[in-house]
Design a protein around this ligand. Sequence first.
Ligand code: FAD
Ligand code: SIN
Length: 534
Amino acid sequence: MTEVRHEAPMRHDVIVVGSGAAGLTTALALATTRKVLVLAKGGLDTGSTAWAQGGIAAVLDAGDTFEDHVRDTMIAGAGLNDEEVVRHVIESAPAAIDRLCDLGVPFNRESGNLHLTREGGHSHRRIVHVNDATGWAVQEALIRAAQANPNITLLPGRACIDLITGRHAEKYSGSGRVWGVYALDQDSGQVEAHVARATVLATGGAGRVYQFSTAPRGATGDGIAMAWRAGARVSNMEMMQFHPTCLYHLETKNFLITEAVRGEGGHLINPRTGKRFMAFYDADRMELAPRDVVARAIDSEIKRFGLDYVHLDISHMPADFVAAHFPMIHDKLLSLGIDMTTGPIPVVPAQHYTCGGVLVGVDARTDLPGLWGAGECTESGLHGANRLASNSLLECFVFGDAAARDILACWDELDQPPAVRAWDESRVIDSDEEVVIKQNWTEIRRFMWNYVGIVRTTKRLERAAHRIDLLRREIGEYYGAFRVTTDLIELRNLHQCAELIVQSALRRKESRGLHYTLDHPQTDAVARDTVLVP
Ligand code: FAD
Ligand code: SIN
């Protein structure tokens, strides 16, 4: 057993957990008057934001309207969206794009105007983009601005373990109020306590709960699990989005082929028949149907014909058009021996986006006093049962800004944090069985893929629930006995998220949007959120 350390908690005005689009938007808006600490697991650019390809949806074309964007969002979301929230976010989009232009994001332009590309489910061209690597350009600009701001302290290499609440105060101050976080310094292995008057969760999604996902390694649902453990409600966790077109390649497992490839004319083809197949599934919208429809269509072709993948083909378009529109993807595929200008790309669906999450209001408040949330870790009412393409970065900008505004507006009512207990390591030792983590992690991701995937049944969900029950004890015992590591923190959170997803899926006795079950194929007349209460 090593020495127990009692580091004094570090005090800040506001703590933001996460340095992606949501976290840094919040931090920049707060830093006008407040000192902000931003914590990030790994590097500052390791979240999904840096990986975003297609772009950001905004009504900017004279022929387009807010009304059409609202309608497209509600159709994709199968009516489970909160229309008021949808309208608010969509009407805020042009201002969000202006702010990004001010930060120096080099969006593509045509004759001086922003170039707009098209993606599935959108009735107009309305996706602002930086070639096919929009997220990287946005992430870089946000980091640059945060680094230049003297009121922002960026602290990467910190894996937050749990929220600090009244339970952790030296003098018990009621369990609900959030005062900050316990965070593992990933280099030194020490656990720090950070406290503040306000805490914002912007920790991204839980995609890595599935075996195949386009999301980065750290997308383990940490914020959702932390908030749930602290007593916040989570909503619509069964609504897991599968992107139709992830590259199928034996070595490169999670490379996305942007929806914009279909938006710019790409066709989906069954490699066995050599024919386009979307007409059998959605004859009107074909390849540009919403993601749930296209992903299910591909899944069905793969299962019916015993295929490993289907083809996405844009080689009928001029080669210089393809190379100019998709330079990053073109280069990456060439490095793998695939030339998208002359032949098809093998693709399969993969988990892509977590529509559910910590329940927040339009002001980004969670259920817990002192805790706000923004971005993919939340359920704001925008996406409903299925997120419309390129509405997610937009949500990060609008809700990041909303969280900051609300915190600043109620600043004088936010108490100073009380004295809190340091992290207690007196009863744990270093693990000598790391293999347990790997085994459980792999098991969760496998059964989630096989039993809680694109097409579900009650029996499969019950099988998954049974395995989750078995693992709960094993992971709990391990967590109670050994010193925390990043892998252990993530495994505990992945297990928690798997449980929330399966519980939510079992509660929904209908098929709607991303939740499709053979046992309840009907869609109920009234759309209801699945809200889980801790
Ligand atoms: P993230 O960008 O994922 O950031 C999460 C942050 O939280 C990171 O800094 C991470 O280090 C930190 N964090 C997590 N856990 C902890 C912890 N325990 N302790 C401390 N820090 C923690 N959306 C669009 O709108 N348009 C697109 O074109 C688009 N393309 C996409 C392409 C890909 C391949 C993927 C995976 C997603 C895409 N999305 C797109 C979705 C979009 O990128 C994400 O939903 C969005 O970037 C999420 O931003 P965020 O700030 O909520 O989280
Ligand atoms: C893509 O480029 O296909 C991803 C867009 C998104 O996830 O919104």
